[in-house]
Design a protein around this ligand. Structure first.
Ligand SMILES: [Zn+2]
Length: 423
């Protein structure tokens, strides 16, 4: 059997009992599968793809609002669950998500895989400069670090300066962080004359935004954190930790196929996309039986690698450039499709940008874009604005208004950034 067939056989082995369990005792999926005429586990992956309907976020939100507080996507009695998380609600109302000890064990297992591919082990000290709110965030990552024997250090309830001191004093080697906050923390270090070079950080695992797979953002972060390399990851509260970065090819994310059944579809025709094609990532988690999702329309646009076997030796699905953007985040300006991540690549590759903010507005019935730029210390802000204007024109053929603003005026973010503003 080829490794690809092996992966598929493993997925089918998990999908069959999963579907059977949901038919027996999950009200949400029992009804959904029943309506589709499904009364047993799939005999192969083709049947699963052809017959099991997609799950949309709106359905889950609607179910929770009609059946508060936790909805009906629970396979067991509510007493069996001991973990509560909540989505950040950036795209719709927040959703509550429960885990059983067994499904949490699966979440932690996914994180273990992510750490191992980043060569993180028990010698590491892992720091979480993160407020540990109710969204899944790095809770799973924290538990996985402790399980692997790393020293896991919480940075909750601290300001940035205290976090910097904590990571230096305790000789932290790995930081789990959003790309935006990695940039901001380094900025605070510079302001406070804290020398990051005196630290031992060798890896920054970034998640929460696509920045880790945007080449210009990655190299900007690596310049700010001397000696550290950026490792990208993505996951979602309602689905789990999904991907790990290819250890050989920067900016390529592999889906953990032992834990997920991933598909990439054309969002308009709903046809499966072949090697080298782009489309929407659709995910089924295989080990979160208590609160599962089948064929979830993530809304994330991805591009598949051409080869089945990656340079790193993995046969797991490879996403070139990581998560390219959310379909609903794309704006069309004079016929040009713009994803925030593509704009970020152009802005950051101009060099010398400390922070930026994008305004999307309608002028005479046309969608327009303007960008405000804050330069790093010592950079000529007017010259930088001209460079960004030229780079936007070169990349997208668009004339965009770029204006410099004084240092420190644009908002900074500890978790996900809100750089795009829609008027
Ligand atoms: Zn690879």
């Amino acid at each position: 059997m080829t490794p690809a067939k092996d992966i598929e056989a493993g997925q089918l082995c998990k999908l069959q009992p999963l579907v059977e369990a949901l038919l027996a005792s999950n009200r949400f999926y029992g009804a959904k599968l029943g309506t589709a005429g499904i009364d047993r586990g799939p005999k192969d992956l083709g049947e699963f793809r052809a017959r099991v309907p997609f799950t949309f976020k709106a359905e889950l939100i609607d179910d929770q609002s009609k059946n508060p507080p936790f909805g009906t996507n629970l396979t067991y009695a509510v007493e069996e669950y001991n973990r509560f998380h909540q989505t950040s609600g950036t795209t719709g109302s927040p959703m509550r998500w429960l885990d059983t000890p067994e499904s949490w064990n699966w979440v932690v297992g996914c994180w273990t895989r992510i750490y191992r591919s980043a060569h993180i082990g028990r010698q590491d000290r892992v720091f979480f400069p993160f407020s540990f709110g109710p969204f899944l965030g790095f809770w799973g990552a924290f538990d996985a670090a402790t399980r692997m024997g790393c020293l896991a250090i919480s940075g909750g309830g601290m300001r940035s300066t205290a976090r910097l001191r904590t990571l230096l004093d305790n000789q932290v080697t790995v930081i789990c962080i959003t790309p935006t906050y990695a940039i901001h923390l380094a900025e605070v270090a510079a302001e406070e004359n804290i020398d990051l070079q005196a630290g031992k950080v060798r890896t920054l695992i970034v998640a929460g935004e696509p920045g880790g797979s945007i080449p210009a953002t990655r190299s900007h972060i690596e310049q700010l954190w001397p000696g550290a390399q950026v490792v990208d990851h993505h996951g979602m509260t309602e689905i789990g930790p999904v991907s790990y970065e290819c250890p050989r090819r920067k900016g390529v994310l592999h889906v953990i196929e032992a834990a997920y059944f991933p598909e990439v579809i054309d969002p308009d025709t709903l046809e499966t996309v072949g090697p080298g094609g782009s489309g929407e990532l659709v995910l089924t988690n295989l080990g979160r039986v208590g609160s599962p999702i089948l064929r979830y329309r993530t809304g994330d646009t991805v591009r598949l690698a051409r080869e089945a076997r990656c340079e790193c030796g993995s046969w797991e699905m490879a996403l070139e450039g990581g998560i390219l953007g959310r379909r609903d985040d794309m704006v069309v300006v004079r016929g040009v499709n713009l994803y925030p991540s593509a704009v970020e690549q152009v802005v950051r590759s101009s060099g010398g940008v400390a922070e930026y903010r994008v305004e999307v507005y309608v002028h005479r019935s046309l969608t327009e874009l303007s960008i405000q730029i804050e330069a790093v210390t010592g950079e000529d802000a007017a010259a930088l604005s001209h460079r960004v204007t030229a780079a936007m024109h070169y990349a997208f053929g668009l004339r965009v208004a770029v204006s410099p603003v004084p240092a420190g005026t644009l908002p900074r973010f500890e978790t996900k950034s809100k750089r795009w503003n829609y008027r």
